[in-house]
Design a protein around this ligand. Structure first.
Ligand code: AMP
Ligand code: GLY
Length: 468
């Protein structure tokens, strides 16, 4: 970027300084190379959106997938390879680093890069290690919510030191009772126990026998909340925030929300029950106290906050914080964001989010995830995927995001449980789901499975509620 800028400066200086100011600043001087970390459907959606920005010169993705390779250049290192991230930021003159998954954040990638000469001021999307504990430690998140009076389920925490007290506590707890491994446990660390005996047994297994390794050395025991869940996202620079479209994901493998939990089988946005009155409560009782909490505690938080919420009666409560975007929520949230995401992320990372306004597309979006046969249990990989090209009937309002895929001998083949997803936009949620399903029918691989009922509980076709 700087080279182009200097070149044009020399050319224009002789001819037209006025033009220099107007042409050079927005077009060239702020044009930057972007490094995106991660490899899932979320990162394909981020890559697709970032690529559309006039600010994006070169887009690099590490490690990416065959889908992200259509938007930029994949680099062959893991998102947790701090040294490779450092070297790439320097060698490629990165102007914006976007950290997709939580693991590098919780492990302290931001703090590491801040200590590297030349990278102290690198614009980064993702919180520093301390703030990332909001996702990395359930106990940290609960204590933060308590300090800032943010509504959440009542809780106690236990370790080996007070295990006996914990066992007595769950023995007398109202049912169901929720046990949460404190640390990251690949989405498996939450148990909802239907009997006190089960809760005692599981608490002992988690703390005493390391059921989830070090992640369950500390366990949060909390009351069960009965309600409907949704995911709310904001971009924050630690002082201001911008609300993004909300979404609802479908975690169970089976239609009608039955069977085992998965990483997410689909999502819809907007969420019909998140009406204006509800979202106002979300803003005033949850989002604003959270952002004020960041400010009051001087937490270095520049990035996405994902509020895992539950609506109990007409009240929102926080089930969890995540310090990243959700997957597959991102695949419906980003297609509904109008405007330049790279500009918004740069402003966020530079602490000038107050300059940014992002509008949302009033249409509904639905995404359906295709998974490998057997997932979330054991499954085979390496099957060729057909139908990845756009079919003429689907038009520009359906998008395909790849997740667990790799390129092998010129073929895109399955490489994970969640393989790919199709997002469609429509005037109604029903129309969006229908379009996504139609598009999915043109895709195939051995053992492929997807839920045909995404958005089922919202009438089909559902009239849209206005978006915030
Ligand atoms: P978490 O990892 O905290 O998001 O928990 C995973 C899932 O467990 C959530 O999406 C909820 O479906 C469920 N869950 C967690 N905490 C509670 C709770 N206190 N009451 C009811 N369900 C919960
Ligand atoms: N879809 C939930 C998550 O990304 O954690």
């Amino acid at each position: 970027m700087r080279e182009d800028g200097i070149f044009k400066w020399m050319v224009f200086q002789k001819s037209d300084e006025f033009r220099l100011c107007f042409c050079l600043r927005p077009v060239d001087l702020r044009c930057m190379n972007i490094l995106l970390l991660g490899s899932g459907g979320r990162e394909h959606a981020l890559a697709w959106k970032l690529r559309q920005s006039p600010l994006c010169k070169e887009l690099l993705i590490a490690p990416g997938n065959p889908g992200t390779a259509q938007c930029g250049v994949n680099l062959d290192f893991a998102a947790t390879d701090f040294e490779a991230v450092r070297a790439t930021c320097i060698e490629k003159n990165i102007g914006l680093l976007v950290i997709g998954p939580e693991e590098p954040l919780v492990k302290g990638l931001v703090d590491f890069l801040r200590g590297v000469p030349g990278l102290q001021a690198l614009p980064i999307i993702g919180p520093a290690k301390e703030a990332a504990q909001l996702e990395g430690s359930k106990a940290y998140a609960k204590a933060f919510m308590e300090r800032h009076n943010i509504p959440t389920a009542g809780y106690r925490e236990f370790t080996r030191d007070n295990l006996e007290e914990g066992l007595a506590y769950v023995r007398n707890h109202a049912l169901p009772v929720v046990l949460k491994a404190d640390g990251l446990a690949a989405g498996k660390g939450v148990l909802i126990c239907q009997s006190n005996e089960e809760a005692e047994r599981e608490l002992r297994a988690m703390i005493g026998d390391g059921k989830f390794g070090a992640a369950s050395a500390r366990v949060v025991v909390e009351e069960f909340l009965d309600g409907i869940e949704l995911s709310v996202f904001v971009l924050t620079d630690g002082k201001d925030y911008v609300l993004l479209p909300e979404a609802k994901d479908y975690k169970r493998i089976g239609e009608g929300d039955t069977g085992l939990n998965t990483g997410g089988m689909g999502a819809v946005s907007p969420v019909p029950f998140a009406d204006a009155a509800f979202m106002e409560q979300v803003r005033t009782r949850i989002i604003e106290p959270t952002v004020r909490g960041f400010e009051a505690e001087a937490l270095d938080y520049k990035g996405f906050v994902f509020f895992g919420l539950i609506k109990v009666g007409d009240k929102p409560l926080v089930i969890e914080y995540n310090c990243r975007l959700g997957d597959p929520e991102t695949e419906v949230v980003l297609p509904r964001i109008e405007g330049d995401l790279a500009a918004a992320l740069l402003a966020t990372a530079q602490g000038r989010l107050s300059e940014i306004n992002l509008n949302s597309d009033p249409r509904a979006a639905a995404t359906i995830m295709a998974v490998s046969g057997g997932y979330p249990g054991d499954y085979a990989k390496g099957f060729a995927i057909s139908g990845l090209q756009m079919t003429p009937t689907t038009g520009a309002d359906s998008l395909l995001f790849q997740a667990g895929t790799v390129e092998m001998e010129g073929q895109t083949v399955t490489a994970g449980g969640r393989v790919l997803c199709v997002t469609a936009l429509g005037e109604t949620m029903g129309a969006a789901v229908e379009k996504a399903r139609e598009r999915m029918e043109g895709i195939g691989f051995e053992g492929m499975y997807y839920r045909r009922d995404i958005g089922y509980e919202f009438e089909n076709p559902h009239p849209l509620t206005p978006s915030p």
